[in-house]
Design a protein around this ligand. Structure first.
Ligand code: NDP
Length: 251
């Protein structure tokens, strides 16, 4: 099985683009929306010739753009709704505690990685609910209806692996910890009755613009685990904070 329809945010480069390309290899997926800030400039996405792929303008920090994206997606998916929302768009704003405070940087970090994901998830909720209802029964799984938040092990408060010791990832870490709380809380309180699964997943340290050239994993190595893991999510993973091989990460 596979979800009928998927929306990936931040899909013009990096992990988001890799997710779209890999998901397109799954013939059971009928519709893939690639969300990006500037579809006209998304050359790699535009080069993909596949009728299942829809480019959608979506800026995680702009409510109007999120609303407009919702309408576009609604028109395509119709009464079957949207099965899977992958909140992948993210930024890593380096921060130094030794310099004067930079409130704008903190706000920008949280606006994209946390507030944007809340607004996107809330806006698309009617489509996720519609998909869950159309599926019927009591199953909770990614084929039915799910939000997968691309998080990071760097957001773990409990993990012993702390990474860089200079605290340059301070506000990035905080944003991902907040994102994990968002996933966990929704999975318990709000979405459980609707049979919508929510989980946070870390792709590993990946060679992208964000991850840099010295990252441990190539994009292909990450996606080799990440995509099957996403497509395997079911009830037992609801509210989980997982790595790309489905292992639990301590919150
Ligand atoms: P990249 O920097 O390579 O790509 C980031 C993507 O997010 C781009 O498509 C970018 O679009 C998009 N984006 C940024 N801001 C916005 C916005 N406001 N609205 C819409 N899209 C936006 O990062 P990665 O591919 O490496 O990261 C993807 C996700 O994976 C992130 O959430 C990141 O935190 C997470 N992650 C990455 C790791 C890594 O090692 N690479 C490790 C752990 C987690 P644009 O081109 O317009 O800027």
């Amino acid at each position: 099985m596979a979800p009928r329809s998927v929306l990936v945010t931040g899909a013009n480069r990096g992990i988001g683009l890799g997710l779209v390309k890999t998901l397109l290899k799954n013939e059971k997926i009928e519709i893939i929306f690639a969300g990006c800030r500037n579809p006209d400039e998304a050359e790699e996405l535009k080069a993909i010739k596949d009728g299942r792929l829809h480019l959608v303008k979506l800026d995680a920090t702009c409510d109007q753009s999120i609303e407009a994206a919702y309408k576009e997606v609604d028109e395509v998916v119709g009464e079957k709704g949207l099965n899977l929302l992958i909140n992948n768009a993210g930024i890593n704003v380096k921060y130094s505690f030794e310099e004067p405070p930079k409130r704008q940087d903190i706000v920008r970090q949280f606006d994209t990685n946390v507030f944007g994901i809340i607004v996107i998830s809330q806006t698309f909720l009617p489509l996720l609910r519609r998909a869950a209802k159309a599926y019927g029964g009591d199953d909770v799984n990614v084929d039915r209806s799910a939000i997968v938040n691309i998080s990071s092990g760097a957001g773990s408060i409990g993990s012993k692996e702390r990474g860089p010791k200079d605290n340059s990832m301070l506000i990035y870490r905080m944003s991902k910890a907040a994102l994990n709380q968002f996933s966990k809380t929704l999975s318990i309180d709000d979405f459980a009755n609707d049979h919508i699964l929510v989980a946070s997943i870390c792709p590993g340290w990946v060679q992208t613009d964000m991850g840099g050239d010295s990252a441990l994993l190539t994009l292909e190595e990450s996606l080799r685990d990440l995509v099957p893991t996403i497509l395997r999510l079911q009830k037992e993973h609801n509210g989980g904070y997982l790595d790309r091989t489905l292992k639990t990460i301590p919150f």
